[in-house]
Design a protein around this ligand. Sequence first.
Ligand code: BG6
Ligand code: MG
Length: 220
Amino acid sequence: MIKGFIFDLDGVITDTAEQHFQAWKQLADEMGWDFDREINERLRGVSRMDSINIIKAHNKAEIPEDQLAELATKKNEYYLASLEEITSEDYLPGTRELLTHLKQEGFRVALGSASKNAAKVLQQLGATGYFDAIGDGNSVSKSKPAPDIFIYAAEKLGLKPEECVVYEDAEAGIDAAKAGGFHAVGIGPEERVGHADIRFDSMKKATLFEVKSHFADLFS
Ligand code: BG6
Ligand code: MG
């Protein structure tokens, strides 16, 4: 039986992909690196250091590891500054309603994000109170597609993977959910999250009613 829900943050609760893009773009411009929205898509759900390594490889740049970490920190400073502008208006449409329904029906709710800034983003949105547990980029060392972050979140909720539904917008995130034995809801296009148990184009469509209808046998 489903007792809990675990949410990715960026691209599920709010669309911070744009702020991540702008911050990487600023760094790339300073470095004279090629960086566009297409490469940015490959960073969805990927940790900060893995992201800079993807950008580095794309540009065939030769940069020592310690300098790479400094550059990632610089990008994070740009990103952090942009988070100040996030408010409770910035939930993706449908997300706040879903979180409210889950609380009303007594489901356990956790965050399972790769971001080390997750607590700050939740705070800006005013969303912290919806979550019984927070798993973020500081909680585990192996990032998605490893299932570790969702296993961590489920343990914090006191639930088994098969008792939890994971909402994810990243290909690596759906891989992680499936590797851990979770029920996976994909948010986004077929080519990105078509391997989820069920896929919706947007959070607005991924209502509790729809998810309950799909996993009907798993809800009492
Ligand atoms: C994920 C984003 O949620 O978090 C990635 O989809 C991002 O784009 C990753 O790189 C890590 O975020 P942060 O805030 O720790 O740099
Ligand atoms: Mg995401």
